[in-house]
Design a binder for this molecule. Structure first.
Ligand SMILES: [Fe+2]
Length: 195
C-alpha cells in the first residue's frame, strides 16, 4: 500500500509552513511554494483521491486547510465539464493554482481604464493558456483572470497566501457590460482529505 493522500497533504503543509515561517518577501515565498505545489498536484495518491471529491458547482470552494499561524489557505475546486469561470482578481493575495485532473484554460485580462469611475471597468483579453494535470499557475496580486473548465471534469488545488473570504473584497468584472463589482469571494465548504 502506498502513501495516503492525507499523508501527502500533511507533508505539504509541514513544508509550506517552513517556507512561510521566516518572513521572507512574499514573491520569494511564492517561488518556494511553487515546486511544493507541483509535487502535490502531480502526486499519484492525490490524483487518485480527487476522483471522489464532490463537485463544487454551486458550492464555491472546498476548504482543505487554513493555517492557524500564517493565515495561508488551501482550497480545491471541482469543475463540471465546460464550466466557465468569471473574470476576477484576488485583491492583495498571491494565488497558486494547480491542476490535478483534467484540463483548464487560464485567461489573463488587462484593465484599460484608470478605475476613477465607480462601478466601471473596461477589460480586454490578454492571453489564454491551457494547463494540463500537474501544471501550476501563479496569479499575482490584483492580476485579472478567469479559469475556464475543459471538456472533462477538472480538479484544482489552490494555495492562497492569505485568507480573503470575510477579510477583503475582490473584484468581479463583466467584460460585456464594462462593469466591476466587489464581492467577498467563493463560499468555503470545509472538506477533510480522507486518511
Ligand atoms: Fe482566480
Amino acid at each position: 500500500m502506498g502513501t495516503s493522500a492525507r499523508a501527502v497533504f500533511d507533508d505539504f503543509i509541514v513544508e509550506a509552513r517552513k517556507v512561510w515561517g521566516p518572513q521572507a518577501p512574499m514573491s520569494e515565498r511564492v517561488s518556494q511554494i511553487l515546486p511544493l505545489m507541483q509535487g502535490l498536484v502531480s502526486h499519484p495518491a492525490i490524483r487518485e483521491a480527487v476522483k471522489s471529491w464532490p463537485s463544487t458547482e454551486g458550492v464555491g470552494n472546498l476548504l482543505l486547510y487554513t493555517d492557524p499561524d500564517y493565515d495561508f489557505v488551501v482550497n480545491a475546486v471541482v469543475r463540471d465539464p465546460g464550466r466557465k469561470g468569471s473574470v476576477h482578481d484576488h485583491a492583495d493575495a498571491w494565488v497558486l493554482y494547480g491542476l490535478v485532473e483534467g484540463t483548464e484554460t487560464l485567461e489573463r485580462w488587462r484593465r484599460l481604464d484608470d478605475g476613477s469611475v465607480p462601478g466601471y471597468a473596461k477589460v480586454e483579453l490578454e492571453s489564454a493558456s491551457r494547463g494540463v494535470a500537474g501544471h501550476v499557475d501563479v496569479v499575482s496580486p490584483n492580476d485579472i483572470h478567469a479559469e475556464l473548465g475543459g471538456p472533462d471534469r477538472s480538479v484544482a488545488i489552490i494555495f492562497r497566501s492569505v485568507r480573503l473570504v470575510g477579510r477583503v473584497l475582490q473584484n468581479g468584472y463583466d467584460p460585456v457590460t464594462n462593469t466591476v463589482i466587489q464581492r467577498s469571494g467563493p463560499n468555503q465548504a470545509p472538506f477533510e482529505i480522507a486518511a
